[in-house]
Structures are given as structure tokens and as C-alpha cells.
Design a protein around this ligand. Structure first.
Ligand code: NAD
Ligand code: UDP
Length: 322
């Protein structure tokens, strides 16, 4: 490897966000090690990178000791299932990847002298009592609820990341990611946007949970990857929210998907899952001030691109969706 070429590890690199991050790092000239156990990811997401000599795929569960021969300059720890549907299906693997997986990724970073980034989440704010959510809000999480396995795993992951920083002097970054969508999400992932798009494209009614008045702010993947890239290059060690502060009700998102797809399937209301946060919207003052970052892709444009990708890649292949 040329002396100046940086080498990065992306855990969860075959997932939705991880694969887009691998693309960006390869395009920036990095050598990339993508590590995944394919629990919720897919080799299809990285198939286009496999012939790239600077890209390497390693099949490994990061809850076991991580061995990466050679130099590493940066570690992006993105491995973790992230869909609320998985919180009930695979709760213990979620707790383990947040706890043991993060510990292993930190230990590896320390041994290699690598800069470490944790993919954290807006879920650390739980069902927030402060709105919009700034980074210094401590959150309102039910530790024993169905979402607790994810929320508390990520809160623990943030705590151990800060402990490695304070105790071992590890150079760390924490990105708190708000709802992000785009190409390569699994159609049966269970999250709002892949559900709505799959349903609209196959002519089934869009399943809105509750009365759809709960809010989310939805961010297109390209904006997130730009924020991640800038944060890793910055000297900011405090957590940074990366999300789109334009807030929609879930019903409005459903109506937008119906309009953009031209579907006449309509909406079918279903029971609201337990502990579903009532509102969520990032305060992105810190990202604006420290990273000079703000989202650029409006929901209408991002959803149009995502619809196009799903209709080309998923529905043409005749894949069944949830
Ligand atoms: P994803 O499910 O598409 O990607 C997660 C990847 O991690 C998958 O490829 C999966 O196979 C892999 N993985 C899971 N457990 C593993 C293990 N033990 N060892 C190795 N690999 C493992 O989900 P995503 O939306 O791309 O999320 C990526 C990261 O971003 C996660 O850490 C998630 O918590 C975080 N995040 C995502 C969002 C979002 O809106 N998409 C929001 C907040 C935080
Ligand atoms: N949701 C919905 N219909 C679906 C999937 C999700 O109405 O088919 C709602 C869900 O109840 C939540 C919001 O959409 O209020 C976002 O859900 P998602 O699963 O994307 O992630 P969350 O933000 O809850 O972690």
C-alpha cells in the first residue's frame, strides 16, 4: 500500500449505511476493509466493490474478537440491526453488538492507533421531552421496554466510547444519526420508508401505525454520508446530531410516497407499536457550527430517487416485501 494511502475498517459495511460509506471511502482513495456477518446486510450492497483492489470483505461477527492484519487509520463502527421490527425478533444480538461489538471495535482501534467513530442514534433520546433534540439532552428512555434493547445498547456504546477516550486517550467520534433512508434499504426491513415504498409499488395500502400524527425528520443517505465524512475529519469529540430538521408526521410521509409513486392504494391504519416516540427532530446547530454541514436533499427529491431505485432493483426482480 502506498505510504500515504489511508486504510479504514467499516463494521456493518454490507448494510444500508455501511455500504454507502464504503463507496465514499473508496472514492476518496482509501483502502477499505468491510466487515459484516450479514445478519441484516447483504453482499448485493457491496457487489460492485468486490472487483476493486482497494476493497476487501471479511465475514465476521464483531461480538467475537476482531483481528485485522496490517495498519488501520480509521475505524467506523456501524454494525447493528436498526429496524424496530428487529428489536423484538433479535433482541439479544442487538444488545451484544452494541456492547461486546463496540468494546471489540474500540480495543482494535486502540491497538492500531486508529481514529474511532461510533454510529449512535437519535434513539438515545428515547421518547423525547425536549423538542427539537440538542446533543446535551439526556433523553427519556424506557430501559425495560421493547425498544430498550437498542436504545440502551447505543447508550452503553456511547458510554464505553467516552471511557476509551477519557481513560485511554483514544481519538473518538460519535455521530447521532436520525432516521435515514435511501437505496439499498431492505424492502422487508420493517422501517417506515421501505415499507411505504414497497407497499406503494406493489399496490398495497400503506400501513400507518396509530393515527400517523407522530413525527419523524427524514434524511437522505447522501447527506448523512457527507456529515459522517466531515465529522471524522473534524476535531469534534462530543456527539454530533446528523439529521434533517424538516419534520413530517408519519401520515404526511405516507401521503408524499403515494403522490410521488402515483399509487392509489391508500392508507390502512394499524395499531401503534409500544413506546413509539411521539416526535423526533434534530437540533443541528452543532453540526452547522462545527462541521459547516447541513442537509441538502429535500424529502421529495430523496424519496423520488429511492422510489426509482426500489422500482428498478427490488420490484423488477419480483422480490416479496413485508
Ligand atoms: P443495516 O441493518 O442495513 O446495517 C447494519 C449492518 O450491520 C448489516 O450489514 C448487518 O449484517 C451488520 N451487523 C449486525 N450485527 C453484526 C455483527 N454482530 N457483526 C458484524 N456485522 C453485524 O442498518 P443501517 O440502517 O445501515 O444502520 C447502520 C448503523 O447506523 C447501525 O449502527 C444503526 O444503529 C445506525 N443508525 C441507523 C439509522 C437509520 O436511520 N438508518 C439511524 C440511527 C442509527
Ligand atoms: N411506521 C408506520 N408504518 C410502517 C412502519 C413504521 O406508520 O409501516 C411508523 C412508526 O410507528 C414510527 C415511524 O413510522 O412512528 C418511523 O418508524 P421506523 O420504523 O422507520 O423507525 P423509528 O423512527 O420508529 O425508529
Amino acid at each position: 500500500m502506498p505510504e500515504g494511502r489511508r486504510r479504514a475498517l467499516v463494521t456493518g459495511g454490507a448494510g444500508f449505511i455501511g455500504s454507502h460509506l464504503c463507496d465514499r471511502l473508496v472514492s476518496e482513495g482509501y483502502a477499505v476493509v468491510c466487515m459484516d456477518n450479514l445478519r441484516t446486510g447483504s453482499l448485493r450492497n457491496i457487489a460492485h466493490l468486490r472487483s476493486e483492489p482497494r476493497f476487501e470483505y471479511v465475514d465476521h461477527d464483531v461480538t467475537s474478537y476482531i483481528r485485522v492484519p496490517g495498519r488501520l487509520d480509521e475505524v467506523y463502527h456501524f454494525a447493528s440491526p436498526a429496524s424496530p421490527k428487529d428489536f423484538e425478533r433479535i433482541p439479544i444480538p442487538i444488545l451484544k453488538v452494541g456492547a461486546l461489538g463496540t468494546h471489540n471495535a474500540l480495543g482494535l482501534s486502540l491497538a492500531k492507533g486508529a481514529r474511532f467513530m461510533l454510529a449512535s442514534t437519535s434513539e438515545v433520546y428515547g421518547d423525547p421531552l425536549v423538542h427539537p433534540q440538542p446533543e446535551d439532552y439526556w433523553g427519556n428512555v424506557n430501559p425495560i421496554g421493547v425498544r430498550g434493547v437498542y436504545d440502551e445498547a447505543k447508550r452503553y456504546a456511547e458510554a464505553i466510547t467516552m471511557a476509551y477516550h477519557r481513560h485511554h486517550g483514544l481519538d473518538t467520534r460519535i455521530v447521532r444519526i436520525f432516521n435515514t433512508y435511501g437505496p439499498r434499504m431492505r424492502p422487508d426491513d420493517g422501517r417506515m420508508i421501505p415499507n411505504f415504498i414497497s407497499q406503494a409499488l406493489s399496490g398495497r395500502p400503506l400501513t400507518v401505525y396509530g393515527d400517523g400524527s407522530q413525527t419523524r425528520s427524514v434524511q437522505y443517505i447522501d447527506d448523512l454520508v457527507e456529515g459522517i465524512f466531515r465529522l471524522m475529519r473534524s476535531e469534534e469529540r462530543r456527539p454530533v446530531n446528523i439529521g434533517n430538521p424538516v419534520e413530517y408526521t408519519v401520515r404526511e410521509v405516507a401521503e408524499l410516497v403515494l403522490r410521488l409513486s402515483g399509487s392509489r392504494a391508500g392508507i390502512s391504519f394499524r395499531p401503534l407499536p409500544k413506546d413509539d416516540p411521539k416526535q423526533r427532530c434534530p437540533d443541528i446547530t452543532r453540526a452547522r457550527e462545527v462541521l459547516g454541514w447541513e442537509p441538502r436533499v429535500p424529502a421529495e427529491e430523496g424519496l423520488r430517487r429511492t422510489l426509482e431505485w426500489f422500482s428498478g432493483h427490488v420490484h423488477r426482480a419480483g422480490e416479496k416485501t413485508g
